[in-house]
Write a protein that binds this ligand. Structure first.
Ligand code: RP5
Length: 166
C-alpha cells in the first residue's frame, strides 16, 4: 500500500453512533480499496460547532471527499456541503418512516448551488465506491483496484452455478 493510499482521504461522518452499523459498511469498503478514512458521530443539530470544526480542518488532514449519513431530519450532509466545495456524498439511514424515505428526501432535496450526491437508503458501500471513483481520477493505482473490483464482481456472477448453462 502506498503512503498516499494509507493516508486519510475520506471523511465519514454521521449524525449518531446509532448510524455506525450502516456507516461502517462504507469505511470497510474504503479499507478494502486501500483508502484511508476517519469516522465520526457528529450531529448537525446537537453539535453544530464541532461539525464546523471537523469540516474546517478536514482538508488539511488529507480529506478530499466527505461521506455523510443521517436519518430522519437528515440535514448533516447538506450542512457539510454548505461549508466546503469538496464533494459530499449523502447516505440516507433507514428509519421507521417508510423505510427511510424521510432521510432520503432530507438529503437529496438540496437547494440549487449546494449539491449533495445522494445514494440509496442504507447505500453506504456505494457511497464508498463513489468516493473511490472520485479519488481515482487522479490516482492510477486506485483506478486499477477499482477496475479489479468490477472485474471480480462480474466474474462472481458468471461463475454462479445458476448461470452454468449460459
Ligand atoms: C439523526 O437522528 C441520526 O443520524 C440518526 O439516524 C437519528 C437518530 O439518532 P439517535 O436518536 O439514535 O441519536 O440525527
Amino acid at each position: 500500500m502506498t503512503d498516499q493510499a494509507a493516508s486519510v482521504r475520506v471523511g465519514v461522518v454521521c449524525g449518531s453512533r446509532s448510524d455506525f452499523p450502516v456507516m461502517e459498511k462504507a469505511t470497510a469498503m474504503l479499507e478494502s480499496l486501500g483508502i484511508g478514512s476517519e469516522l465520526h458521530a457528529i450531529s448537525a443539530h446537537r453539535a453544530p460547532d464541532l461539525l464546523e470544526r471537523f469540516v474546517a480542518g478536514a482538508e488539511a488532514r488529507g480529506i478530499r471527499v466527505f461521506i455523510a449519513g443521517a436519518g430522519g431530519a437528515a440535514h448533516l450532509a447538506g450542512v457539510v456541503a454548505s461549508r466546503t466545495v469538496l464533494p459530499v456524498i449523502g447516505v440516507p439511514i433507514p428509519t421507521q418512516v417508510a423505510g427511510g424515505l424521510d432521510s432520503l428526501l432530507s438529503i437529496v432535496q438540496m437547494p440549487r448551488g449546494v449539491p449533495v450526491a445522494t445514494v440509496a437508503v442504507g447505500g453506504a458501500e456505494n457511497a464508498a465506491l463513489l468516493a473511490a471513483e472520485i479519488l481515482a481520477i487522479s490516482d492510477p493505482a486506485l483506478r486499477a483496484r477499482l477496475d479489479e473490483y468490477r472485474r471480480s464482481q462480474t466474474a462472481a456472477i458468471e461463475a454462479d452455478p445458476s448461470n452454468a448453462e449460459l
